[in-house]
Design a protein around this ligand. Structure first.
Ligand SMILES: NC(=O)c1ccc[n+]([C@@H]2O[C@H](COP(=O)([O-])OP(=O)(O)OC[C@H]3O[C@@H](n4cnc5c(N)ncnc54)[C@H](OP(=O)(O)O)[C@@H]3O)[C@@H](O)[C@H]2O)c1
Length: 275
């Protein structure tokens, strides 16, 4: 990885987060190339990270061992079709962070036979606390898997998936997940305010509670269920609150919500990957 050149197609939010994470992780800026059509955004990336700017996507493919596809899903087909010739000549490892587009579609647009890792990061990647699901096609070798994992680990935690279909479930769980947690925080804030706590105090207490609980669970060997049991004394305040949430079928609600999100991810993949 020390001598590899990593090229980013698209220099938006996700690319900037990965570049920032990689540099913090020891990658030298001279290993990183970006093609970003918005010249102001490109110049800002160069100023902030001292990365090299490519003149176009074709030049970037000529110079990179690893290509990170970091454009919006709607433009990926056109981008891949434009890259096909260079990719066929050099056969770089391709890593897609693009939501909802299947490896078979990317490979078809690039002209088939490519080593591709599909990833699904989430927005906390922007603060290097992301959660990313990864899936590699059979043309990706062990060394390339390690490279892909190292790149995505630069913005948080990584988990390999056994099959690509699970990517839609990952989209439902961690891809859309930050929004569910924001909703829970919002609901806690509102309920706190209704009980007379000030706006500011309600917001800060709800936020720190969510952060502290996640940190505690991440650092603990115990399951979330066990941690919950430990703060739920018989006959106490937490037990009454949890009972009310369970009576409201909070688990069933989350199951239905994730199933709905998973199904929508499948529909979007069909639409975006259509011929
Ligand atoms: N942000 C997240 O947290 C997140 C989470 C999961 C997955 N993703 C995925 O990551 C991808 C990038 O998301 P993002 O938030 O970084 O989007 P973004 O900020 O809009 O970045 C995409 C960049 O690609 C540029 N671009 C457009 N056409 C291009 C082309 N032909 N060649 C090269 N670059 C081109 C865009 O420039 P213009 O603006 O000038 O068009 C833009 O700067 C998306 O597919 C998204 O699904 C993002």
């Amino acid at each position: 990885m020390q001598h590899m050149k990593i090229g980013f197609i698209g220099g938006g939010n996700m690319a900037a987060s990965l570049i920032g994470g990689l540099i913090a992780d020891g990658t030298t800026p001279s290993q990183l190339r970006v093609y970003e059509p918005d010249s102001e955004r490109a110049a800002a990336l160069q100023r902030q990270f001292s990365v090299q700017l490519a003149e176009d996507n074709g030049r970037l493919v000529d110079e990179a061992d690893v290509i990170v596809l970091a454009v919006k899903p709607q433009v990926l087909r056109e981008v891949c079709q434009g890259l096909a010739e260079g990719v066929r000549a050099r056969r770089p490892l391709l890593i897609s962070v693009v939501a909802g587009i299947r490896i078979s579609d990317i490979d078809r647009w690039l002209g088939d036979g490519n080593a591709i890792v599909r990833t699904m990061p989430n927005t906390p990647a922007l603060v290097q606390c992301g959660a990313t699901g990864l899936y590699a096609n059979t043309l990706v070798d062990e060394g390339q898997r390690e490279v892909a994992e190292r790149i995505m680990r630069a913005v948080g935690l990584t988990q390999w998936l056994e099959n690509e279909a699970l990517m839609d479930a990952v989209t439902a769980l961690s891809g859309s997940g930050p929004a569910y947690i924001f909703l829970v925080i919002e609901a806690l804030e509102e309920a706190g305010r209704k009980l007379g706590i000030s706006d500011e105090a309600s917001r800060m207490l709800a936020l720190q509670t969510a952060f502290g609980a996640a940190k505690m669970a991440l650092e603990s060997c115990e399951s979330s269920a066990e941690l919950r049991r430990r703060v739920t004394s018989p006959g106490g305040t937490t037990e009454r609150a949890i009972g009310i949430l369970e009576d409201g079928d909070i688990r069933g609600l989350f199951e239905r919500a994730l199933t709905g999100a998973r199904d929508r991810a499948q529909e979007l993949a069909e639409e975006l990957g259509a011929e």
